[in-house]
Write a protein that binds this ligand. Structure first.
Ligand code: C2E
Ligand code: MG
Ligand code: MG
Ligand code: MG
Length: 284
């Protein structure tokens, strides 16, 4: 029994609270062990260039693959890893996977093919440390900097535009590309956006979903594509699932698409097979 806050409030640690605390400790312990055993891997989703119909890049998406084969999606472990201070170590494993496979695919002649890695809000606030982690991965695995791209969500970037500018400048100066992820869901100030050292905007999939049936979503997608081009940026549409969505995006001269229509995020050997065999007919 514990007495908190002095006064007359007396809080008791109930069995439920104890169980909850144990669960958290267990999770932390499991993640530590998973890190030691290198269970955090990258899966790769192709990005198709609509001008050339070539896979010009992939996005590396973190997966926790348990020895029993269970796959935990990033939405379930990234926030916890951030709280436990384990995000950097997970990022290192994903980055090393990303750089290793991408260097290989370029060496095999499938290139130039780039890779995009997601940066968490927590890491964003420590640019120097992030730069060390990223620089080490590039050096270790021999990937040229221009083939790496860092994705920062619009809401993270706009939560601290000053810092976002610094981060992007730092990485761009080293030849690494920067893109804004989930664009359209945050609150962008256009005067801020124009000062970012950016390579690409990624249209959030919530706008792509109903693009063929909802006139507002169609207008938003068209406007984002036009604005990106006016600012000399590439634009990639996320979450493309149907041929109708693809046709619309082609018509609007969107540069790249990513989505289940082309391929789901794939284990590296499967992505390699796709590079060899080409994308499915319905996607090109
Ligand atoms: P994101 O960066 O916006 O990644 C795209 C997400 O959309 C992925 O989910 C992908 O599987 C999913 N997706 C792709 N195409 C389609 C489609 O056609 N339809 C639908 N319904 N979904 C599609 P995933 O892999 O579960 O990742 C979720 C989020 O977790 C990512 O969103 C990203 O913000 C974060 N994340 C993933 N890997 C990492 C990582 O290594 N580090 C950090 N900090 N965050 C990561
Ligand atoms: Mg992303
Ligand atoms: Mg996204
Ligand atoms: Mg997202």
């Amino acid at each position: 029994e514990a007495k908190l806050d002095g006064g007359d409030t007396c809080r008791v640690f109930t069995p439920e609270i104890v169980a909850q605390a144990n669960l958290i400790l267990t999770m932390r312990h499991r993640m530590r062990r998973a890190l030691e055993e290198k269970q955090f891997k990258a899966h790769f989703q192709p990005q198709l260039d609509l001008q050339t119909n070539r896979v010009v890049g992939t996005e590396a998406l973190a997966r926790w693959i348990d020895p029993d084969g269970t796959m935990v999606p990033p939405g379930e472990f990234i926030p916890i890893a951030e709280d436990y201070g384990l995000i950097d170590e997970i990022c290192i494993q994903v980055l090393q996977d990303a750089c290793r496979w991408t260097a290989r695919w370029n060496a095999m002649g499938f290139g130039p093919i780039s890779v995009a890695v997601n940066i968490s809000g927590r890491q964003f606030h420590n640019p120097r440390q992030l730069m060390d982690i990223v620089g080490n991965a590039l050096d270790l695995l021999g990937l040229p900097a221009h083939l790496l791209e860092l994705e920062l969500t619009e809401s993270t970037a706009m939560s601290d535009p000053e810092n976002a500018s610094k981060v992007m400048r730092l990485f761009t100066d080293r030849g690494i590309g920067c893109s804004i992820d989930d664009f359209g869901t945050g609150y962008s100030s256009l005067s801020v956006l124009k000062r970012f050292a950016l390579r690409k905007l990624k249209i959030d999939r919530s706008f792509v979903r109903d693009v063929t049936t909802d006139a507002n979503d169609a207008a938003i997608c068209a406007a984002i594509i036009a604005m990106a081009h006016a600012l000399n940026l590439k634009v990639c549409a996320e979450g493309v699932e149907t041929t109708d969505q693809l046709a619309f995006l082609r018509e609007q001269v969107c540069d790249q698409v990513q989505g289940f229509l082309i391929a789901r995020p794939l284990p590296p050997v499967d992505l390699e097979r796709l590079l060899r065999d080409g994308v499915p007919d319905h996607a090109s």
